[in-house]
Ligand binder design. Structure first.
Ligand code: ADP
Ligand code: ZN
Ligand code: ZN
Length: 729
């Protein structure tokens, strides 16, 4: 082609935001944008930002009906080929808007069309004096720490320094003393080195075996199953070192709540390679910068929560998914994807290994291991050599109890505190009490908008609906029997805290739940307080079950776990078993041995049996054979259609109509429409339809036309599809 020839017209296919089943086509005359670049495109009477998925020469006749693009935004593709394939697969698999995975892969700033550049930040570096300074010559410990980090890792922007744990105040202090200065040049892509800033531990035999199973430079999945404290993280770190040393980068996924400063610093302390963190606590600007660092290869390790699975990372060589069973990996609205499954698909596209780790692997992953699709490595013991012990049960039927805490448990708590240790009290609920109840006739306060009990919150003296947010002051007269004997019923975090304060007035009580620990900073503070010397009681919900180390806890008491026994959701028992094992794992993590007690009204329930031995494997096998008998996942494939409407008949009829269509398809079974477990929420009536098939492909071919046929938002009615649902609420 000579330069005088006019540029050829092209048809550009673009994923634009909206409920479309595929890309929309536009025409363009300039230099052709490549797949993975962003463009501005007209859509109805607006201009939107979309991602190019293909571009080809076309005849004028074909193009006349197409609108021209407004602008090409990027000079290089932001999403690489493998990611484009992953996004395309997510569109087909989760049957949501085709464009949603492409847009999910981008930070909000780039979705709005901002330029894909790192905000120009000055780079900070050590002056010659700073390079030769002995850290001990500095007085402040923080500045000393900052100097050591900068000496070990070299120049960096303020953002990067913060990722390394150096706050603005620390480097500014050094700058005032002329040990740090601003450099003129900006560093960009840096090759991973794998060099270590702290030495690896000598692996135990099971750890070495787990690491050995992972093959580099090929797609393979290793499921590392090991109780908390068995040394999974050490295995990840050594697998990562191998990858980094080969010049490849690493993506580490952690659950929503697992990305604590403790986790971050553990990864940071091991490697000199740069690391960025991507999580929901970042502002749009911070996220933009961290994302750009990942995308441009400035970071060798990307540590992030769910949506980080779609971060572009050049030369990605390994994906680690920690706590792979965790429900926070599944997005519960719009595009209902599972980040673990997406990670595995992405690794397959890139032909790289994946390491999944958990103390309580999902039944899906265990099944994959049994089928030989995943390697399975077991870390049977704590790395420190401690044995797991049987969980002791307290039969509530045979005990006097107050505020949900039995006499026996109270004595036990006193013993442990008396020896100067800490006690962790786990409650499966937040709020002062689950309900507001009439002590005379048993009436309980319900949410007028939902089919749910209201929860009493003492701090606010309010009844609150945890489903729709409805609030009301507590009624003082029973509407059924006019009695004035109204009181909160059952145990809750606040109530237990109050009772404990009364029983142990001199002991600090640290509460961990979404009310008290609403931000990461608060969590950090609470964790720090928990790691101080002296007796203390830690009271909390789910938040306490996740990977935190509590060195000083010797007694873990599970106050109530019975609710999951009788749930209508077939997943509830799996979740409850995982939670029990995870919570029990908080006992005796330090030098001190630990005990676990479980209060229950049904201590003989066969479901508890393997769990009391902390034998998750046997528990999981029982559940798996139940699932196999009923053709439930992972032995069959399941999707859930949910509808809601102010008019129950409309919601039910829509699913009824869908059910009849689905039943004409081969290999499909449907259950429902049924009212959802939470059958009313925020004034809307909710129905579900379960769609089951022994073959994944049959499930998808039956659902796809249906999804395209009905619009998701209709007058007074909305519905959505959830593939591989995690709960049936
Ligand atoms: P997990 O990730 O399974 O909870 P970690 O990797 O955090 O386990 O290990 C728990 C504790 O045991 C940590 O303090 C860690 O430093 C230590 N540890 C892990 N592996 C070893 C090892 N091979 N030798 C000695 N200590 C180890
Ligand atoms: Zn009453
Ligand atoms: Zn409600």
């Amino acid at each position: 082609m000579t330069t005088t020839e006019r540029p050829q017209n092209r048809r550009i296919d673009v994923m634009v935001p909206g409920p479309f089943a595929g890309p929309l086509s536009y025409q363009w005359q300039g230099p052709a944008p490549e797949p993975g670049m962003r463009v501005k495109a007209p859509l109805r009477n607006k201009t939107v930002v979309g991602v190019v998925v293909s571009s080809q020469p076309a005849e004028d006749s074909e193009l006349t009906s197409l609108k021209p693009l407004v602008e090409v935004l990027d000079a290089v593709p932001l999403l690489d080929d493998a990611l484009l394939k992953v996004a395309a697969w997510m569109g087909r698999y989760y049957l949501y808007d085709a464009s949603s995975p492409y847009l999910l892969a981008l930070p909000a700033t780039l979705r709005k069309g901002e330029p894909a550049v790192t905000q120009q930040e000055p780079v900070l570096q050590l002056t010659v004096a700073g390079q030769h300074l002995e850290a001990e010559q500095l007085r402040g410990t923080k500045q000393r720490e900052a100097l050591k980090i900068m000496q070990a890792r070299g120049p960096a922007t303020a953002t990067t320094l913060r990722q390394w744990g150096v706050e603005r105040a620390h480097w500014q202090g050094l700058k005032k003393k002329r040990f740090v200065e601003e450099a003129s040049s900006v560093t960009t892509a840096r090759a991973p080195t794998g060099s270590l800033s702290s030495p690896p531990l000598a692996l135990t035999e099971p750890q070495a075996h787990a690491l050995h199973q992972l093959r580099d430079k090929a797609f393979n999945v290793v499921l590392v199953e090991g109780v908390t404290g068995s040394g999974k993280t050490e295995v990840y770190l050594q697998a990562m070192a191998r990858t980094l040393a080969a010049g490849k980068r690493v993506l580490v996924l952690v659950p929503e709540i697992g990305l604590t400063p403790q986790t971050l610093s553990r990864f940071q302390q091991r490697f000199t390679d740069s690391l960025v963190a991507l999580h929901s606590g970042l502002s749009d600007r911070q996220r933009h910068n961290a994302w750009m660092m990942a995308c441009q290869g400035e970071a060798s390790i990307v540590l992030g929560t769910r949506s980080a699975v779609l971060t572009p990372i050049p030369d990605l060589g390994l994906i680690v998914v920690d706590e792979e069973h965790d429900a926070s990996y599944k997005q519960q609205d719009t595009l209902r994807y599972h980040a673990r499954d997406v990670a595995v698909y992405r690794a397959r596209q890139l032909n790289i290994p994946v390491m999944l780790g958990s103390a309580t692997p999902s039944l899906e992953s265990l099944h994959n291991a049994q089928q030989g699709r995943f390697h399975h490595a077991l870390l049977p013991q704590r790395a420190s050599g401690q044995k797991r012990q049987r969980i002791e049960t307290i039969d509530m039927r045979a005990q006097t109890h107050e505020h949900g805490v039995s006499e026996r448990l109270r004595h036990r708590i006193a013993q442990h505190l008396g020896s100067g240790h800490q006690v962790l009290l786990f409650l499966n609920r937040r709020g002062y009490a689950p309900s507001w109840f009439c002590g005379h006739c048993g009436w309980m306060a319900d949410c007028p908008m939902c089919d749910a009990r209201l929860t009493y919150h003492r701090g606010r003296h309010q009844l609150l609906c945890h489903h729709c947010g409805y609030q009301t002051p507590p009624v003082t007269t029973c509407p059924d029997c006019q009695s004035k004997d109204l009181l909160p019923l059952g145990a809750g975090t606040e109530r237990a805290e109050e009772a404990l304060t009364e029983w142990f007035p001199d002991i600090p009580i640290l509460r961990f739940d979404r009310d008290t620990v609403s931000t990461e900073k608060r969590l950090h503070q609470q964790l720090e307080r928990a790691n101080q010397d002296g007796p203390a009681i830690l009271v909390g919900t789910q938040m306490l079950a996740k990977g935190h180390h509590f060195e000083r806890v010797t007694l873990v008491a599970i106050v109530d776990m019975d609710a999951g026994l009788f749930s209508a959701d077939y997943r509830a028992r799996e979740r409850m078993g995982q939670l029990l094992v995870q919570v029990a794992g908080r006992a005796g993590r330090g030098e001190l041995a630990g005990e676990v007690v479980l209060q229950s009204w049904h201590p003989d329930h066969p479901f508890f049996e393997p769990l009391l031995d902390q034998d998750y494997r046997r528990f999981a096998e029982q559940l798996l054979s139940e699932r196999q008998r009923s053709g439930l996942p992972p032995y069959g494939f399941l999707a859930c259609l949910r509808s809601d409407s102010a008019y129950p008949k409309q919601a039910e009829d829509l699913l009824g109509e869908m059910a009849s269509t689905l039943l004409t398809q081969p290999g499909i079974r449907v259950f429902g429409p049924l009212p959802a477990i939470l059958s009313r929420r925020a004034g809307k009536h909710r129905f579900i339809l379960l769609v089951q098939s022994a073959k994944r492909s049959q499930l998808h071919s039956a659902l796809e036309p249906l999804v395209r046929q009905y619009s998701r938002q209709q007058r007074h009615l909305s519905w959505h599809l959830d593939i591989d649902p995690l709960d049936l609420m």
